[in-house]
Design a protein around this ligand. Structure first.
Ligand SMILES: [Fe+2]
Length: 136
């Protein structure tokens, strides 16, 4: 069973961010398999930490790219990232304190937000960034 599969509708058209979104999905799957295979609290926690750290640096990368080209919806997008960060960090703390409590909800949450955020918010910056960065 996979938690989330890549869909064509996730493509933003910006190769760097599509790559990072792929990586996020891969990290969600890694965390999921660590729990499914009962690899233990430590392995699952490491996977969870890696996922959250990667998501945070990915958001920074997106925000920097949007700021560099004067993307008009940057502030709204940043606010959305900030909520997601808080929520993911809450889960991270909960999992660390009471593993495996919270893990299933974390998948569900990540699956939802990844799909919605990419398809609603990230896809909007695609054409803007491509035009400004002159990406063929
Ligand atoms: Fe984003």
């Amino acid at each position: 069973m996979t938690v989330i599969k890549w869909r064509d509708s996730f493509n933003t058209g910006v190769a760097e961010f599509d790559r990072e979104h792929h990586k996020l999905i891969e990290l969600i799957e890694m965390m999921h398999s660590a729990v499914r295979d009962k690899s233990g609290k430590e392995v699952a926690e490491t996977a969870c930490d890696e996922l959250v750290a990667y998501a945070v640096s990915h958001f920074d990368n997106e925000e920097k790219a949007m700021a560099a080209v004067g993307y008009p919806e940057l502030e709204a997008h940043r606010a959305e990232h900030s909520l997601l960060k808080q929520e993911a960090q809450n889960f991270q703390r909960r999992i660390a304190a009471n593993f495996p409590d919270g893990v299933t909800e974390l998948y569900r949450f990540l699956r939802e937000w990844l799909a919605n955020h990419i398809q609603d918010c990230d896809k909007k910056y695609g054409p803007f960034l491509k035009e400004k960065q002159d990406i063929p």
